[in-house]
Design a protein around this ligand. Sequence first.
Ligand code: SAM
Length: 284
Amino acid sequence: MTDPAKAPSPLPGDALVPRWKAADGSVQLLHGDSIELLARLPAESVDTIFADPPYFLSNGGMTCKNGKRASVDKGKWDRSQGIEENHEFNRRWLAACKRVLRPNGTIWVSGTSHVIYSVGFAMQQLDFKQLNEIVWEKPNPPPNLSCRYFTHATESILWAARDRKSKHFFAYDQMRSDNGGKQMKSVWRMTAPGKAEKTHGRHPTQKPLSLLERILVASSRPGAVILDPFNGSGTTGVAAVRLGHNYIGIDLSDEYLDLTKRRILAEKPSLDGGRPALRVVHVA
Ligand SMILES: C[S@@+](CC[C@H](N)C(=O)[O-])C[C@H]1O[C@@H](n2cnc3c(N)ncnc32)[C@H](O)[C@@H]1O
């Protein structure tokens, strides 16, 4: 057990009972709807947000999985509710994120053409300050089986500051040095996560750790509070722990939160307090 006297100051959101909390309090996994739970975190308490929201792709289309034709079905959470409802959802969770961001905090949001224009428009409506649009290029994308389109090989990641007055952090020198002494461009070529990143369980839209590590190194000072409102398999959490940050992850699925816990403990076993997984109780 961690000595409470030595434990770091509690993360924002300590009034919520997490699905899992690291022994030193540096990680909290919250089970439930992110719009609801974000409203219960203290305002201006988070430094960096990475969000990989539903892309609204799972509507009967076809894709190529392991070389075979398969229908796109990532889960109920990924079904489109219609253009306007999808946009309203994006506006609501982005507004909830903006409330918890510190004045100089930044947010990164990934998406494909199915969702990213709505996200960008919602960010403009909410007065975020756009900083960059990163293009993540996948060197080995699945082939396009219909042969009627180019092979989809990219995702966009929008990086924005909380508002126009924000003095955001950018690890310019580190990025330049990671890029062999030249300014790093906004096109990042990185492979999708391989088997080694999936040994603790599967998630249909897992992001590569290399992508999240670069994002956090570029935009977060040491010991920052990182939040992911669409935690999934917990890639953001694993990167945060690896880099010595604090982390709050939120997901509708307890199964995915348990996968995240396994991934985080594999990264840093000392975070295990030995407590059994808690029943989910939301404190009013
Ligand atoms: C695109 S995936 C994120 C994948 C993640 N970046 C990773 O590397 O594994 C989106 C996740 O958001 C969760 N989700 C969808 N709608 C949600 C909501 N309203 N509140 C909380 N989680 C939600 C889903 O269960 C899913 O795991």
